[in-house]
Design a protein around this ligand. Structure first.
Ligand code: ZN
Length: 139
């Protein structure tokens, strides 16, 4: 799957802005390219350890995609790990469903090299999806 350079930068900026809380947001794609990361409110009761995308933010993006003909679609969600690397946690496994791509970014505390990785859920386990960076839109 492809992801625009500016989307990677936006996810990283959001992760750093929300640190030490987990950030989260919605991923929009056109074809097999992730073209936008829309920041969402993390409404989890414990945002230091969990994330839950605000249903209102989710719904507004569903509406937006439906209203823009030939535009983008929601392909998944992203979130950050403040203190651990960009691999799915047990909690992530419990929340996963097969329709979405899960992009994880971390760690945002600088304890290891920051990375952004994508995973798909096959019903029992996560499988990594290779991400290829593409130039910013319009280039
Ligand atoms: Zn996680």
């Amino acid at each position: 799957m492809n992801i625009r350079r500016e989307v990677l930068a936006a996810i990283r900026a959001h992760a750093e802005r929300e640190h030490p809380r987990e950030c989260c947001g919605i991923l929009l794609a056109a074809g097999d390219e992730i073209v936008e990361a829309v920041a969402a409110e993390n409404i989890a009761a414990d945002p230091l350890r969990r994330y839950e995308v605000s249903p209102a933010d989710h719904l507004s993006q569903i509406r937006r995609c439906r209203s823009e003909s030939g535009g983008s679609r929601i392909v998944g969600v992203y979130h950050s790990h403040p203190h651990s690397s960009a691999v799915p946690s047990v909690t992530d496994l419990e929340q996963a469903w097969t329709e979405y791509v899960y992009v994880i970014a971390g760690p945002s505390d600088g304890s290891a090299e920051f990375a952004v990785r994508a995973f798909g859920f096959d019903g029992s386990a996560f499988q990594e999806i290779a991400l290829a960076t593409t130039p910013a839109g319009g280039e």
